[in-house]
Write a protein that binds this ligand. Structure first.
Ligand code: ATR
Length: 289
């Protein structure tokens, strides 16, 4: 995509990550800026972990209006910012920075983006619902904290490394007052618990391209229609995990919606305008053909 109107008044946003080559965010945000007739541009910056502090110090002098933060910087960025929005502080990770006249404010739109995708794409609201999280890494943290803060009744966690699941479950119970419980990993998890939940969120990297045949072991026979089963992976569009859940009649959702809506929320924080959601969705789809 070209930048026909770049000039001295162009407002710049960026992405700090390492690596950033495969990010879909530049295409999504630049399409959004163009369609909104905003003289803005979004650039990927490969920021080595050793240079993160210097890159952050450069945000204001270079007049960057906003920055997305991705792997491996989402946690380490926190002490480098002036203010952290309370949900991002609880999650312990920032994916969006807004430059408010030199004050750098950190937000996390990953979890909120996931919840917005549930509402928009599956008409699902977390209030009073019971959830099973598979995995307990960074993505699981953002999603689980936001679900808990949105009023989920209970969250079950299962993870290959049980101790990590225990720590996350404890932290969420303490910080959000949500009932949490840790289940055994794989086929040992109780089938009746799987049957009883409203939402399952698969957050591990199992099944991600090119290892698309992989999936966490899971008692799929306990899944039924009326449940919403999500996988945060979007390449492939339907993981083996989602395929096996769909066979049981469950509604399935991949990670495209979370990717889209975390971007939508970042766009709105930076520009103060409603995001052109369909344009952003099409830009993502074009990247993934
Ligand atoms: P992300 O930010 O994408 O969540 P992460 O923080 O590295 O990435 O977390 C990866 C998650 O996938 C973890 O829950 C991890 O389980 P462990 O805590 O046991 O490492 C899970 N995961 C990765 N590879 C896995 C595998 N081969 N089998 C089962 N779980 C796996």
């Amino acid at each position: 995509m070209g930048f026909p109107n770049l000039n001295g008044e162009t407002k710049l946003c960026g992405l700090f990550g390492f690596p950033v080559e495969h990010s879909l965010s530049p295409a999504m945000h630049n399409a959004a800026f163009q369609s909104s007739e905003l003289n803005w541009a979004y650039l990927p910056f490969a920021v080595h972990p050793d240079h993160l502090a210097k890159a952050v110090q450069g945000i204001h002098p270079l007049n960057l209006a906003g920055v997305n933060i991705t792997v491996p910087h989402k946690q380490r960025i926190i002490p480098l910012l002036d203010e952290i929005e309370p949900t991002a502080a609880k999650i312990g990770a920032v994916n969006t920075i807004v430059n408010c006249g030199g004050k750098l404010v950190g937000y996390n739109t990953d979890g909120a983006g996931f919840i917005r995708s549930l509402a928009e794409e599956a008409d699902f609201r977390p209030q009073g619902k019971t959830v099973l999280m598979i995995g307990a890494g960074g993505a699981a943290r953002a999603v689980a904290f936001t679900l808990a803060l949105s009023g989920c009744k209970a969250i079950y966690f299962t993870n290959r490394t049980t101790e990590t699941a225990r720590e996350l479950a404890k932290e969420i119970a303490l910080n959000c007052g949500t009932n949490t419980e840790v289940l055994p990993w794989g086929l040992k998890m109780p089938k009746e618990t799987v049957t009883g939940v409203d939402l399952v969120v698969q957050t591990t990297s199992l099944g991600m391209w090119p290892n698309w045949q992989a999936a966490p072991e899971f008692p799929f026979a306990a899944v039924h229609s009326g449940q919403l089963i999500c996988d945060l992976i979007y390449t492939p569009r339907q993981t083996s995990f989602l395929q096996q859940a769909a066979v049981q009649g469950a509604t399935v959702l991949n990670g495209m919606g979370m990717l889209l809506y975390q971007g939508v929320l970042a766009f709105e924080l930076w520009t103060g305008q409603s995001a052109p959601i369909e344009i952003m969705k099409e830009a993502l789809a074009r990247q993934l053909v």
